[in-house]
Write a protein that binds this ligand. Structure first.
Ligand SMILES: O=c1[nH]c(=O)c2[nH]c(=O)[nH]c2[nH]1
Length: 316
């Protein structure tokens, strides 16, 4: 005899993923583009029966969710600010379907840099200058008494590949019977930056949701976190990836009162100086190194989150 195990639907979210969309801003003859990949997921207890009883009565088709992305991209004035466009989409689903309790929108923006032709920026031609993306992830819930509660709003830079040829050391680490790595005062430092910054957004009345979000200078914060990341990477006399990461994260929290937490995931992409001593005693190690072998795998992986200390929150 098989015992019956009681189960319940613990979590659910559904929607459309990988909605691809290119918005061209043609307000002047200098066109701008936003090339986006969008995920919109809806949740709420009304959807339970779609899983447990095969009832589609309350299911907004994922195809309609996809169409909504295009319809709102047409009318929106804020597609170029990912966080605000994510807010418009989330708010739309919460306003339109009163049984939707949560809207979770993730947007990835792909790079298109303006072409320089004959030394001048071209009006309407672009090139892909790397695989780096800007991203945002917004989860909004219907709160009590007509409130919109932002459960989480975080933005990110992913895949920013950087390399410096000096200004990085790694010394004084544990030496034991497992250690083969030599200490170095001067090494190549290269990483592929994933940086995430989390916003503090208090619950607001539904009708104030958009204007409230619009107070936050999202694009300036993105530019600034990217600048801080690059400047710190370039200028820090790095004692380790850990120490450089901490400096990056700390500055952005201190620069922007809206940020609660800043996280980095930094792979240490190793470049080892090639030992050429077998070839006529050629010196290429330590201070003589200028020929390196990039190591695809393995890499180190250094991660950390720096948070604003409790009680030191500057509130909106
Ligand atoms: O910056 C570094 N941090 C480490 O923890 C580490 N470990 C290692 O082998 N090389 C490095 N580099």
């Amino acid at each position: 005899m098989t015992a019956t195990t009681n189960v319940f639907l613990d979590k659910q979210e559904y929607g459309k993923d990988k909605v691809r969309l290119l918005k061209v801003h043609k307000d002047t003859k200098v066109h701008r583009v936003d090339d986006l990949t969008i995920r919109c997921l809806l949740s709420g207890s009304a959807f339970t029966t779609s899983y447990t009883e095969a009832s589609n009565k309350r299911v907004v088709a994922t195809d309609s969710i996809k169409n909504t992305c295009y319809v709102l991209a047409k009318s929106s004035k804020v597609v170029d600010t990912l966080e605000l466009f994510a807010g418009e989409l989330a708010n739309h689903f919460l306003n339109t379907y009163d049984w939707v309790e949560g809207a979770h929108v993730t947007i990835i923006r792909h790079r298109w840099a303006r072409m320089i032709i004959d030394g001048k920026p071209h009006n309407h031609s672009f090139w892909r200058d790397g695989e780096e993306t800007r991203q945002t992830d917004l989860f909004v819930k219907r709160g009590p008494n007509g409130l919109r509660t932002v459960v989480a709003l975080k933005s990110a830079i992913a895949g920013l590949l950087v390399l410096k040829t000096t200004g990085s050391s790694f010394e004084d680490f544990v030496r034991d019977e497992y250690t083969t790595l030599a200490e170095t005062k001067d090494r190549i430092l290269s990483t592929c930056v994933d940086a995430t910054w989390e916003f503090h957004v208090p619950a607001v009345k539904t009708e104030h949701f958009a204007s409230h979000l619009a107070q936050i200078p999202f694009n300036n914060i993105y530019d600034s976190v990217r600048d801080v990341t690059c400047k710190t990477f370039a200028e820090d006399e790095s004692a380790s990836v850990q120490a450089t990461l901490y400096k990056m994260a700390t500055q952005s929290i201190q620069n922007w009162k809206w940020l609660d937490r800043v996280s980095y995931a930094l792979p240490n992409k190793h470049f080892f100086a090639v030992d050429l001593s077998y070839f006529r005693g050629t010196k290429n190690l330590q201070e003589h190194a200028d020929v390196y072998q990039p190591l695809a795998d393995p890499s180190g992986l250094i991660t950390a989150t720096v948070a604003r200390a409790p009680g030191s929150h500057a509130r909106l």
